[in-house]
Design a protein around this ligand. Sequence first.
Ligand code: AP5
Length: 222
Amino acid sequence: EKPEPLRVMISGAPASGKGTQCELITKKYDLVHIAAGDLLRAEVAAGTENGKRAKEFMERGQLVPDEIVVMMVKERLSAQDSQEKGWFLDGYPRSVSQATALKTFGFDPDIFILLEVPEEILVERVVGRRLDPVTGKIYHLKYSPPETEEIAARLTQRFDDTEEKVKLRLVTHNSNVESVLSMYEDVIVKVDGTLPKQEVFSKIDNILTELLERKEAALGSL
Ligand code: AP5
């Protein structure tokens, strides 16, 4: 018999490294990565009604209204692959109402990982961030430069990755973070997100390995 799959939340300020760590985690762990921001950007790119509405809020660095976000995330969490393999939720919940909705639907995390990075570092990370539209990989001009000239030539920038916009995203983050954390007090683990990305990953890797071992042990003792 297999132990229950992992259910993980990863949170942190804008550009604290959530997406970067999720890339590394999905390489090693067979979990379904669900990123609220990516789901929203896909709606924006597809030009749907929800996407058009969402973009107005994203451009102001504000939370997209619950009626768009909550069901979108719930559907992805309820899908068969997420239920079978386990999930890894990135950038959700960001408010008490989102956390409450998840609890009501019965989605409780085994662990809530908080990436801690001071604000002065976040702005530099956002301004230097680039994305590869072909592979979806996240780069930074200084900290994670592209491997080849060919990749460098095709990199793109997110529409909300300016100094002005990240400051708005930070205001939103700061006004919600404490209340969200208070709902997951018993499962929060804080990780220093200022370390190089491989070192941050090795801390997260240890946390997840230990959690899996605990689940296996619990199965054995039944
Ligand atoms: P979202 O896409 O989630 O953006 P965010 O929270 O602002 O976070 P980012 O994606 O900017 O950063 P990240 O932490 O993933 O950092 P990354 O790994 O790329 O949300 C966007 C918008 O959508 C929101 O503003 C909101 O409007 C809406 N939205 C999303 N979720 C919502 C929700 N639940 N409810 C309502 N609205 C919602 O790293 C950043 C850079 O730093 C990269 O260049 C990377 O290479 C570099 N880097 C990463 N780690 C390191 C390291 N350890 N050392 C040095 N550089 C590093």
